[in-house]
Write a protein that binds this ligand. Sequence first.
Ligand code: NAD
Length: 243
Amino acid sequence: MRFSEKRVLVTGAAGGIGQVITKMLRAEGARVAAADRNCDGVAADAVFAGNLLEASYADRLPVVTAEALGGLDIIINNAGVISRGPVTETSDADWTLSVGVNVEAPFRICRAGIPIMAASGGGAIVNLASCWGVNPGPNHALYCMTKAAIASLTRCMGHDHAHQGIRINAVCPNEVDTPMLRSGFEQRGFDPQSAIEELGKTVPLGRVAAPADIAEVVLFLASDAARYMCGSLVEVNGGKSVS
Ligand code: NAD
């Protein structure tokens, strides 16, 4: 029960990785506030459905979580969107969506959450970046840029807020078997299951990550076992690095 009595905000809690993070945290004693556009079917201790593109919603999430759960110890900025293609195929709407969800929302949530955590002696924040935020992959220019931005923000916040007892780190996965990955195959006309099996052959460990493979590392960074880690970007890639 590593998270007994801990009060946690998880964004993207209805998504592939977010659902598993939420379930694992609660199984280890945490009380979790789930945030997503639609939280139907998500078992949590508080639910705040909304759109992270709305500034007031993102700004308020840490506050309403602390009010609902009696404090705030951990934030998992997990929500994310992917846009595909080079910049010449990137629309204004893609820009607004990707920068808004992947960068601006976690910025707003951290800005509001850090003072709450500092006032009660500290806490931990884990951001979901991507290995493509460390080294960019092809044909996903905007996605890679936003993930590099959240990775950089994580490193900055990691050293800026360590003195307040707040540890801020990021997990950087390679491909994970979630709706985000499957929808990309569907849009390109592939059968998602066989495409994921083929993709698994390109991973030295022999398979694409399952959501739990990533959630385990998120929980580690949020736990006291990672008590000396601040501003780290942890790649979780099955041996498949992007260079
Ligand atoms: P997912 O699409 O299954 O889940 C993402 C969740 O974010 C969804 O439930 C969605 O509703 C929520 N979300 C998106 N836009 C929102 C908005 N405007 N307001 C509120 N909620 C919103 O994706 P996932 O694979 O579970 O991704 C989780 C995180 O992991 C993301 O940050 C993603 O970029 C990152 N990641 C995923 C992969 C992968 O291959 N799946 C690889 C590297 C990093």
